[in-house]
Design a protein around this ligand. Sequence first.
Ligand SMILES: [Zn+2]
Length: 399
Amino acid sequence: MRFRFAALGLSLSLAAIPASAASDAAQRLAHDAIIVDTHIDAPSMLLSHWDDLGVATPGKEFDYPRARQGGLDVAFMSIYTSPDEDAAGTAWQKANTQIDAVEAMVGRHPDKFAILRSPADLERLRKGGRVLLTPGMENGAPIGDDLSKLAALQARGVRYITLAHSANNRIADSSYARDKKWGGLSPFGEQVVAEMNRLGIMVDVSHISDDAVRDVLRVTDVPVIASHSGMRHFTQGFERNISDELALAVAKEGGVVQLVFGTGFVNPQAASDTQAYFIAEAAFDQENAKLAAAGKPVKSKDAFDKEWELAHPSPETHIDAVLDQIDYAVKLIGVDHVGIGSDFDGVSGHLPVELRSVADYPNLVEGLQKRGHSDADIRKILGGNLLRVWTQVEKAAKR
Ligand SMILES: [Zn+2]
C-alpha cells in the first residue's frame, strides 16, 4: 500500500527476529516450493532509509538472510510513486532511481540477488540460493502521457504496473478517490493496457476503482493480476479490496488475485481506518492548497500523519485473518487463481503477529496445511499461479 508513515521511520518491526516456529513439514514445503511475493516495498524504503539488504536488516521486513529463512524465491520489488510526486512531475525520476536501487542490490551481492526478467530464467538464476528480484511498478504515474515510456520500463525489467495508486491519475480512477474522474479507465488508460499487453507487462488491478477493473478486463487480451489486494467480503464498503464479482471476473479470464497480509486490508476496523485516512488526507491537501493560494503558510503533512497514526492505533491481528481470506478466495474463485502479495515494508509494520517479515512464509504454509489444503495446492498459491500468468503474458507479447 505504502503509507506515508513508513517514510517517517515509525516502523513497528521487531528488532529481534524470532526463528519461525513452523512445523518441519511446513518449513520443508516453504523451502521446496517456489515462493513468489508480488508486493514488497523495499525500494522506496531504501530511498528514504538506505540499508544493505544483503545482510541482516532488523528494522525492515525484507533482507537476504530472512528471505532465505522464509524460503522466498521471487520478490517483486515495488517501484512506488505517490500522487504528490505525480503532481510535482518527479515520478519518472523517482521510479528510475528505485530501479537503480534494486540493480545496486544485485551489483553489491551478485551471489545473493539477481534480477528476474522472465519465468524461463528462474531455475538457472536461483541456483546457489539467490533471491530473485523483479521490479513491479506501483502507480502508472511515471509514464506521464507518453506511451513510449512503457517500453523503456519494460527494458529496465518492470514486469507489472499497478495502473493508479491512492488518487485518480491520467490512466485510471483510484479506489480511494471519492470523486472519480474517468468512470473507470481513461481513453489514454485503454491505450496503456493495450501497450502493456504488447510488451508483456502484466496489468495490475490492485488500487484502481471497480469500474476501472471492469474496463481493464474489457480491454486486455491476456489474464491480469491483483498484486496485493484483500477480499472485500471481509471489509464491506472498502473498494481497495476486490469484490467477489470482480475476483470471479479476474479468475474467469485466467488471472490471479494475490492476497495481501497488511492489517489495514485484512482487519475490518483497520480497513475502515485506512479508507478514512485517504479521505482525510485528500481534505488536508485541499485545505493546504487553499492556504497556499491565499499566500498563507501551509500545514505540515508529517505532523498530520503522526497525529493520525496516534489517533488510529493498528488493532492486533493474527495470521487467521489472512488464512480466512485465502480459504474464502479458494472456495470462491478456485485454487488456480489465488496467490500472495504481502505488502512487506509498505505498511509501517502493521502486520499480523505471525507474518512480520519475509522469514515468516513457513507460518503461512503451516496454517494452510492445518486447514486441509494439499501441498500441491499450496504450491500453486505460493507462486505457481503467478508464474503461470506471467508466462502466458510473456508468450502473448512475443506473438
Ligand atoms: Zn499498495
